[in-house]
Design a protein around this ligand. Structure first.
Ligand SMILES: Nc1ncnc2c1ncn2[C@@H]1O[C@H](COP(=O)(O)OP(=O)(O)OP(=O)(O)O)[C@@H](O)[C@H]1O
Ligand SMILES: [Mg+2]
Length: 224
């Protein structure tokens, strides 16, 4: 089981979007649990709108200590994705999640004002815990040609932080998805939705290549 925190103390950068869509993409090949520890409960609301087409298990348990408990219980998930709060008041919640996490995905929108809170999340909360992480660029505007290379090079050179090669572009079908109860696994693939589906699928592949689910361990003294 690999616990993946979707974390950034900057609000509105796409944590909930990444948690739900990445959970759906990974559920095509893996056993996935999505946990919402944000009291805004956006993930819960989205999941309720998807209803029976939800392709992963879901827990709206607000207590982040549930994660340590999942490990003790040795529950059978390959990936547990955790949507976390994007505000400073809930820092203790995020800290508890990061204490339990194997990896952190840090969504970042290409806005100057998002940079400082993102770097603070990385340097104050993620790096001190030695949790491997990567920044995921989100809401890239396909019409602005220089935007992607400029932000990639800022991450690589100026700030020197790891990032996903894959990124998510800005799409209306992405912002409509929560209210319509859609996920990449429920969207019909057409001209309007193809970009969202391919972007999220690429992030899913890169994620599972970086964080392979744990090998099944034989129980002590037990059998395979
Ligand atoms: N790639 C995208 N294309 C279009 N809209 C997007 C995209 N990513 C996120 N959004 C929209 O941006 C808004 C913020 O996204 P989201 O709620 O996922 O961010 P968040 O980090 O979870 O916010 P909070 O910190 O408040 O929990 C939402 O309205 C969402 O639909
Ligand atoms: Mg959110």
């Amino acid at each position: 089981m690999r616990i993946i925190a979707i974390a950034n103390q900057k609000g509105g950068v796409g944590k909930t979007t990444v948690t739900m869509q990445l959970g759906a993409a990974l559920s095509r090949r893996y056993r996935v649990l999505v946990v919402d520890v944000d009291r805004q409960r956006s993930t819960v609301w989205w999941a309720e709108n998807v209803r029976e087409r939800l392709p992963f298990d879901f827990s709206g348990d607000q207590n982040p200590r549930v994660l340590a408990r999942l490990r003790e219980l040795r529950v059978e998930y390959d990936f547990v994705l955790v949507d976390t709060p994007g505000n400073l008041e809930d820092t203790p919640v995020l800290e508890t999640v990061l204490d339990a996490a194997d990896y952190a995905v840090v969504p970042l929108t290409p806005e100057p004002l998002a940079v400082e809170p993102t770097m603070r999340t990385i340097t104050r909360l993620i790096e001190p815990r030695h949790v491997p992480y990567a920044v995921l660029l989100n809401r890239i505007d396909g019409r602005i040609r220089s935007q992607l290379p400029v932000w990639q090079s800022l991450l690589d050179t100026t700030w020197g932080v790891p990032r996903f090669d894959a990124y998510l572009r800005q799409f209306k079908s992405q912002s409509d998805a929560p209210v319509l109860g859609q996920l990449v696994t429920t969207l019909r693939d057409n001209r309007r939705t193809a970009g969202v589906i391919s972007d999220v699928t690429r992030v899913g592949y890169e994620m599972s290549a970086q964080v392979a689910p744990a090998q099944v361990q034989p129980a002590v003294g037990g059998r395979w």
